[in-house]
Design a protein around this ligand. Structure first.
Ligand SMILES: [Zn+2]
Length: 287
């Protein structure tokens, strides 16, 4: 088997995950799931329960979860505005548009791409049908060279061909634009401690990068990586409770539910910053 990123044959099986295995490339250090799950398996994973775990069921949005996610997106925008403070911004995998709402408040002109019917419909309500594309970046109708900023949070690990996705981003980006990527980091402390039990190893995560392999991917797509940081996420107890309610654990679900019940309501939705094994990268077109 060849590494899908660098083509090397120095690929070995790391461990089994569901009906597949996580492989690691001895040359570029990229990890990837092989064989990839079928379209129907992925569709089943991204079903209703997936959105429930985010506190985003059809019944409406959970206010505490929205406040928490928005706090995380403000951290991403703080990073982006160090490089680009205005212009057209595209969020790839925009879900219902929380990130774009925060970006719009800072003066960006918001656009989104989202594969889910439910989420893209909600985003279209907020930003207009011509601003949100239901589908993937590769088939989006926005003109080439249209964007000052392209954001990809929790996205690159999900796509079947990350090089194809980044190449499409290169076409959509202005020559002086920037890309912000947030993705799990196999070079993180949590991955090294937890090994195969790392929380980011999931059936729907098809690729796993570290700074080195993400730099190589960027270079192949016509970018240079200009910044890497450990990514912080804002988290609160209410969110932890909804996570464990959606993905039950015999001990932790009752514990999370109990903890959320014991602390005052105000504290339950208080956000704190956590690094959870993810990184951010800023890329710009190579000159
Ligand atoms: Zn490789």
């Amino acid at each position: 088997m060849n590494c899908p990123l660098c083509g090397s044959t120095e690929v070995r099986k790391d461990f089994l995950l569901g009906g597949a295995a996580v492989h690691v490339c001895g040359s570029c250090s990229a990890r990837f799931l092989s064989p990839q799950p079928s379209d129907s398996e992925l569709l089943a994973i991204y079903g209703e329960g997936y959105y429930k775990s985010w506190g985003l069921s059809g019944a409406g949005e959970n206010a505490a979860v929205k406040a928490m996610k928005t706090a995380t997106f403000e951290l991403r925008l703080d990073l982006i505005t160090r490089y680009k403070a205005s212009g057209n911004i595209l969020d790839v995998g925009c879900a219902t548009g929380y990130f774009l709402e925060a970006a719009e408040k800072r003066g960006f002109s918001p656009y989104g791409v989202e594969i889910s019917d439910y989420s893209s419909a909600a985003a279209k309500e907020k930003f207009g049908a011509d601003r949100v594309h239901r589908g993937v970046l590769e088939d989006c109708p926005f003109p080439d060279g249209h964007f000052d900023v392209i954001a990809m949070s929790d996205l690159l690990e999900h796509v079947r061909d990350p090089l194809r996705t980044l190449a499409a981003a290169r076409r959509a980006l202005k020559a002086d634009g920037v890309i912000m990527i947030m993705t799990p980091d196999t070079g993180s402390l949590t991955r090294r401690i937890m090994g195969a039990k790392w929380t980011h190893y999931k059936r729907e995560h098809l690729f796993y990068f570290n700074r080195r392999s993400l730099s190589l991917l960027a270079q192949k797509a016509g970018f240079e990586a200009v910044n890497f940081e450990a990514a912080k996420k804002a988290v609160n107890l209410e969110y932890i409770r909804t996570q464990f309610a959606a993905y039950p654990h015999w001990l932790l679900s009752p514990a999370a539910s109990l903890a959320a019940g014991l602390v005052p309501r105000g504290l339950r939705s208080r956000n704190f910053g956590l690094t959870m094994g993810e990184m951010t990268a800023i890329l710009r077109p190579s000159r």
